[in-house]
Design a protein around this ligand. Structure first.
Ligand code: SF4
Length: 483
């Protein structure tokens, strides 16, 4: 996995908050209570939110995009950086206002931050009614019902209304090694065009900076028949693309089925035009997997390959399991077998003990490998991790920030050149939806995962369209239908 999995990617139904002061009538709402769900973090979280939306919809909940209209407000969270958690605390405080305005509203925090902080989360957010980790999504209807019952049994100040000990919030943070969410699917909750299928949960790599193995538990693969069932469910629901997800997706193994065999099986599913996957772990990129991507037309020519650092000393302290030379060799093999492949990466700067020379090695590697794009972060210490416990976070913040600025400036100049080189080329794009830039524009993605803006009247959402690229910025292409 890479850090890119932890940028805010999407929110389900974020709406405008209003000043109304009403009460939730659970009796009246029964049969169709409304749920508002915000998602922070990685694609895995977005996929989990899609699945949770399906679970709740089957249990009789209706999705709303207005928090002020919701009976249940849920935040699906990320714990990878302190900043991500701070954002959630701030947002929970804002959303908690709805509990004061309307009695009976349930506020829940789900996912990695719930798993990371557990009951400790209540120290800073005592108004939260439900805390549930990433192996609890299946049980949400029951957990919400219990949270509601618990609240009903308590007075507003948290004490039980019969004078006994307060019932308190509901907390379910037990990790379950067998939970791969068989039988569920995100097809109901997704965008109808590109759907996530989680093929692997948890991680066994224990990179020294990363909290994921602690918040999502040990690696577990979903059985291939279940993955294929979910891919078919997406195809039946009209999706054109599936994105296979895992913390180290190319390390996938279930009994004797590895990632290459899985890709071949998924490619045989009718009516799915494109297959993507994220994020691979560099050293598990075998020649067999690379050859399979090269062979299969449906598998997109795009790989997100998190390098983190260009310095062997830093990579060793991170316990990434490869040297910079080994990483270069993987990129070289990918580019040799798949000439037009797009490669993005993650870079984590200012890790424990990183010197100016280490930083320069990262810049050199970026200049040499010329990634199409990158997600770039400065290191922040996380408890539970090896680095948090054993390594000194000794790069001053001012240096971390300066190094990050240099890395961003370099990547921006490389991306601008990479994107400009697409101008004049023909690309096939999948139209994902309306552009945020305006109603008269649609946004699609190339095989190489570059966003392309096209006029709205030239295609429908979900359509594959051949376009000619007319111009480019460092992050976006602009096209018109190809003649
Ligand atoms: S520990 Fe696992 S999830 Fe975290 S960065 Fe390493 S490979 Fe990715």
């Amino acid at each position: 996995m890479g850090n890119s999995q932890f940028i805010p990617l999407g929110r389900l139904g974020r709406g405008k908050d209003t000043e109304e002061n009403t009460e939730v009538n659970w009796q009246a709402a029964e049969g169709m209570p409304r749920v508002y769900l915000e998602t922070y973090g990685c694609q895995m979280n977005v996929a989990d939110s899609d699945m949770l939306t399906g679970v709740l919809s089957r249990a009789g909940y209706q999705k709303t995009d207005r928090a002020d209209d919701a009976d249940v407000i849920l935040i699906n969270t990320c714990a990878v950086r302190e900043k991500a958690e701070e954002r959630v605390f701030a947002r929970a405080r804002e959303l908690g206002v709805h509990k004061k305005r309307r009695s009976g509203v349930i506020l829940g925090i789900a996912g990695c931050m719930a798993e990371h902080l557990k009951a400790g989360l209540l120290d800073r957010a005592p108004y939260v009614d439900l805390i549930a980790g990433p192996d609890s999504y299946r049980h949400f209807p029951d957990l919400i019902a219990r949270a509601h019952a618990s609240r009903s049994a308590s007075t507003d100040d948290g004490s039980a209304d019969d004078g006994s000990a307060p019932a308190g919030p509901i907390i379910d943070v037990q990790l379950d090694r067998s939970e791969t969410y068989e039988g569920l699917s995100g097809a109901e909750g997704g965008d109808g065009v590109s759907g996530f299928v989680t093929i692997q949960r948890g991680c066994d790599k224990f990179c020294t900076f990363c909290v994921v193995p602690f918040t999502r538990g040990r690696e577990k693969g979903t059985p291939p028949r279940e993955i294929l069932r979910q891919v078919r469910a997406h195809a039946d629901a009209g999706y054109r693309e599936v994105v296979l997800l895992g913390q180290t997706v190319n390390s996938y193994r279930y009994e004797d089925v590895g990632f290459a065999q899985l890709l071949r099986a998924v490619a045989r599913v009718d009516n799915i035009s494109r297959i993507r996957f994220t994020s691979p772990y560099p050293v598990d990129f075998t020649s067999e997997v690379i050859a399979t991507i090269a062979d299969l037309d449906k598998v997109c020519n795009y790989v997100h390959l998190p390098v983190q650092s260009g310095s062997d000393r830093v990579l060793e302290r991170m316990r990434r399991g490869y040297t910079a030379a080994e990483f270069r060799a993987i990129v070289a093999e990918l580019r040799a077998r798949i000439p037009d492949i797009a490669i993005s990466t993650d870079i984590l700067t200012g890790f424990c003990g990183e010197t100016l020379d280490d930083h320069r090695e990262t810049l050199n590697l970026m200049r040499e490998l010329r990634f199409d794009s990158a997600f770039m972060f400065l290191y922040s210490e996380r408890d539970l991790t090896y680095a948090g416990k054993k390594l000194a976070d000794d790069v001053p913040l001012v240096d971390k920030k300066r190094r990050l600025q240099e890395i961003i400036a370099l990547q921006e100049s490389i991306s601008a050149e990479v994107f400009a080189a697409r101008v004049g080329k023909r690309e096939r794009i999948l139209i994902h939806g309306r552009s945020k830039r305006g109603k008269d524009q649609l946004v699609g993605r190339t095989d190489g995962f570059k966003s392309v803006i096209v006029p709205a009247d030239c295609a429908e959402v979900g359509e594959l369209l051949d376009v000619r690229i007319e111009r480019a910025t460092m992050a976006t292409l602009f096209g018109t239908p190809a003649k």
